[in-house]
Design a protein around this ligand. Structure first.
Ligand SMILES: NC(=O)c1ccc[n+]([C@@H]2O[C@H](COP(=O)([O-])OP(=O)(O)OC[C@H]3O[C@@H](n4cnc5c(N)ncnc54)[C@H](OP(=O)(O)O)[C@@H]3O)[C@@H](O)[C@H]2O)c1
Length: 321
């Protein structure tokens, strides 16, 4: 089979597309013929060995895919050959085939195509958990989304609007902000053109109820300062490459909450509820991922660079058909 392989840690340029044997099917696993895979920022971090978990090379990157089950082993329950599935894992998806436990899979709903299914999992699950379980966004809340043109950010814009929030989108270009506006963002701030603190003060004189931050760096503190009393700041990641150091007195004096999460700590019933609600929103057509580019597997390096350089608007996919 064809596979993109990370032979040594480094920039996306180290990745090579090669022919290699299909993965062995262990007892309890199923084999999936991958049709589409999504590129997520953590894939870039894993290749650079800058992720919270280190994977020794060589390995096949790719944490999210959609495809069809072609083989099941003894002990694998819940799925049959021919079933359309979407899946997430730490790595392995940028290849024609993956072998994995059915626990990592979910059925693709009728009427949803493979590309949409591949683009929907990680970004929307992350954004929805941040909004629903962490920030507890309600109808009428003022919500600030940083990195609003990126994968998680644009998902947070769409889902925030769905939850009834009034969304202020913050991004680095007019192009990204235009897409965020198309998904319902009410206020748009280009942080390259205007100081973020002043812009937020002018846009939200009474402050915001919640901030979703997948970017970090210089944007986090002005966004946190824009919260009103009782406001919630959810940190999701540091795509800017810089981890901000927030003075704790700000949190004390303003009376705000700073929140983070790891999915393995989320109670199973809460995780299941959020997945169910998200799925309903997808199947009813109320949310759908914005796909800005689709690359063939041979161009995996370009796909990874598209995300690594912060140029993605919504999701970047790799086509394996
Ligand atoms: N906690 C979780 O479970 C979880 C799950 C998925 C992702 N994440 C994290 O969430 C963050 C966003 O992931 P994503 O997939 O949405 O990424 P993405 O699509 O690349 O979006 C990241 C955004 O960050 C901004 N940015 C600023 N400086 C950047 C730089 N030097 N390089 C790249 N982007 C830069 C860009 O927005 P502007 O151009 O508008 O500034 C970009 O749109 C990452 O840190 C990722 O690790 C966490």
């Amino acid at each position: 089979m064809r596979a993109a392989v990370c032979p040594v840690h480094g920039t996306p340029d180290v990745v090579r597309v090669v022919d290699q044997p299909s993965p062995e099917l262990a007892p309890g696993q199923v084999r999936v013929r991958v049709g589409a895979a999504a590129v997520n920022f953590p894939d870039v971090l894993l290749i650079a060995d800058e992720y919270q978990i280190s994977v020794p090379p060589p390995f096949v990157p790719g944490s999210e895919f959609a495809g069809v089950i072609t083989e099941t082993s003894e002990g694998a329950e819940g799925f049959v050959v021919g079933a359309r599935v979407a899946g997430t894992g730490l790595y392995g998806a940028f290849a024609d085939e993956v072998a994995l436990s059915p626990a990592a899979l979910s059925p693709i709903p009728d009427g949803v195509d493979e590309r949409t299914a591949a683009a929907f999992g990680v970004a929307y699950r992350t954004a929805y958990h941040a909004l629903r379980s962490m920030a507890r966004v309600h109808e009428g809340d003022e919500l600030i989304v940083l990195g609003a043109g990126g994968g998680v950010g644009l998902a947070a814009v769409q889902l925030g609007v769905q939850l009834g929030a009034s969304v202020t989108a913050v991004a680095s270009s007019t192009e990204k902000l235009d897409v965020a506006a198309g998904y319902g963002a009410k206020r748009l701030i280009n942080h390259r053109a205007i100081g973020l603190r002043a812009a937020l003060k002018a846009a939200l004189p009474d402050g915001a109820d919640a901030v979703v931050d997948p970017v970090g760096g210089e944007l986090s503190e002005p966004a946190l300062r824009s919260l009103r009393r009782g406001g919630r700041f959810v940190t999701i990641g540091f795509a800017s490459g810089a981890i901000p150091h927030i003075p704790l007195n700000l949190v004390l004096v303003k009376g705000v909450y700073v929140l983070g999460f790891q999915f393995q700590d989320v109670p199973p019933e809460e995780f299941a509820r959020n997945e169910r609600e998200l799925r309903d929103r997808l199947t009813s057509g109320r949310v759908s991922p914005h796909i800005c580019a689709v690359y063939p597997l041979a161009d995996t390096v370009a796909a990874l660079r598209h995300v690594a350089e912060g140029r993605a608007i919504g999701k970047v996919l790799i086509d394996l058909t």
